[in-house]
Design a protein around this ligand. Structure first.
Ligand SMILES: OCc1cccc(Br)n1
Length: 455
């Protein structure tokens, strides 16, 4: 800034922005703050990830569902001080309705289950890839949207449901090339906290908000939330007891902390036994400090983490048996997880596990002269009828350009529709990998194609 004051520098900045806007004709070409554009090369990676997720969900016989990204604000307004509700992307629509862009999918799913409850065959095992939103002050430059693979099981009260969901998560990790050395899954149960609070006569009504605060304690110093703890009416002795219990990192210490008769402890043992049957036990880490930040969890909770500890949680979830009651419905046991698209991609990129994804183009077809476009169309249509992916050039091309473009796109074959070939009722087909050229009668193109492409 030198000798010039900050006001002058700010004016320069404004002027330069003005110039940029003038240059761009007043339109900001960036996506809204905190959001992402997906150009084709980005979309190939995203589709690759979603396809892997979809395969795993299908292998576990889950069914896909969807819901509007826009929901009534009522679905998400909860009084437990969660980050996800404090950062709600909410507004009043033109009809005066209070609406919000969903910050998570579970409440929409609960609404859908409640709406059709008596017509649903239990257990419900559904998955979805919702884009979820939050309005976070951009001070931290974090995203405001992400895509989140959701898997949920409704109607099963036993930890068999948690085990099946952890099977899906670990199956995905294995399929994408990660090992239990790269990623762990911390597992605990809010049932542990519920038992501790009940023993200390803390009213049930304080359970959710206490869990949200204990979750924040994992990230913030005690002083930072002491006010909230006091406001919740949690005595210091209760806080100290909770902090002591959540230190447990193995079964013996957890049993010492909460007693051998604990139901929550028995459920955790059962889950680890199922993990052995599924062959994913090596991924699990018992860690009582895992509470998760959503108010409605009531039982087992879990979150996957990178063992190097460089990234935020990869995915997380848990049991939420009372969510329908908060919507005024009858209780129905449920458990699920959310798996965001951003952290996993950071991890996969850091490990070189994101494949380079080409277009997967079988053939590029082009006419050398505009008058031959009809024959190029016929050739492309034959190839497509044989189930091939074909890039038909929509304008006449020079052969040199077409071959260079085919190479760029990674096409296997180029079909050249040129005057000489057509004069003999032929087209020329070039195999890009070998350079080998074939002159093929247009009348035989379809049979030549199926003979060549299916070998
Ligand atoms: O995981 C919390 C969250 C919710 C909505 C959007 C984004 Br980005 N992150």
């Amino acid at each position: 800034e030198g000798s010039r004051g900050s006001a002058a520098v700010a004016q320069d900045l404004k002027n330069s922005r003005e110039t940029q806007k003038e240059r761009q004709g007043k339109l900001d070409l960036n996506p809204p703050r905190g959001t992402r554009d997906f150009y084709p090369e980005d979309m190939r990676t995203r589709s690759w990830l979603f396809e892997l997720w979809r395969q795993v969900a299908r292998d576990h016989a889950f069914e896909e569902y969807d819901a509007p990204v826009l929901e009534s604000e009522d679905l998400f307004v909860r009084k437990a001080g969660e980050e996800v509700t404090e950062q709600l992307y909410n507004f009043e629509d033109k009809g005066g309705r209070r609406v919000a862009l969903r910050p998570e999918m579970t409440p929409s799913l609960a609404r859908m289950v409640m709406a059709k409850r008596n017509g649903l065959v239990m257990p419900v095992k559904w998955f979805s890839f919702p884009q979820c939103w939050r309005y976070e002050r951009m001070t931290r430059g974090r995203r405001r949207e992400h895509y989140q693979w959701n898997m949920d099981v409704w109607g099963v009260s036993g930890v068999e449901a948690e085990a099946e969901l952890l099977s899906a998560i670990t199956t995905f990790f294995k399929r994408v090339g990660l090992t239990a050395e790269d990623v762990g899954i911390k597992v605990s149960s809010r049932g542990v906290l519920a038992e501790v609070l009940a023993a200390l006569d803390v009213p049930d009504a304080k359970f959710s908000a206490t869990c949200v605060l204990v979750d924040k304690l994992e990230k913030l110093p005690l002083e930072a939330i002491q006010g909230d703890l006091t406001a919740l009416g949690l005595e210091e002795s209760v806080v100290r007891r909770l902090l002591d219990v959540v230190q447990s990192r193995d079964f013996p210490s957890l049993e010492t902390a909460i007693g051998a008769k604990s139901t929550a402890l028995a459920q955790l043992r059962q889950l680890f036994e199922y993990a052995r049957a599924y062959n994913f036990e090596e991924w699990l880490v018992l860690d009582a400090s895992v509470v998760r930040g959503l108010a409605y969890y009531t039982g087992i909770v879990f979150e996957a983490f990178d063992r190097k500890g460089e990234l935020r949680a990869i995915c997380g979830g848990g049991r939420y048996d009372k969510l329908l009651e908060t919507f005024g419905g009858e209780a129905l046991p449920a458990v699920g997880f959310g798996f965001g698209d951003a952290v996993i991609m950071e991890l996969l990129e850091s490990k070189g596990l994101v494949p380079s994804l080409s277009l997967g183009l079988d053939a590029l077809v082009f006419a050398m002269e505009a008058g031959l476009q009809g024959i190029a169309i016929r050739a492309a249509t034959s190839l497509r009828a044989a189930g091939l992916t074909v890039d038909l050039q929509l304008e006449a091309r020079k052969t040199k350009w077409a071959l260079k473009h085919a190479d760029r796109l990674g096409a296997t074959y180029v079909v050249i529709v040129g005057p000489e070939e057509v004069a003999g009722c032929n087209v020329r087909v070039k195999e890009m990998a070998t350079g080998q050229q074939h002159v093929v009668a247009i009348a035989n193109l379809e049979s030549w194609i199926s003979a060549t492409f299916t070998t």
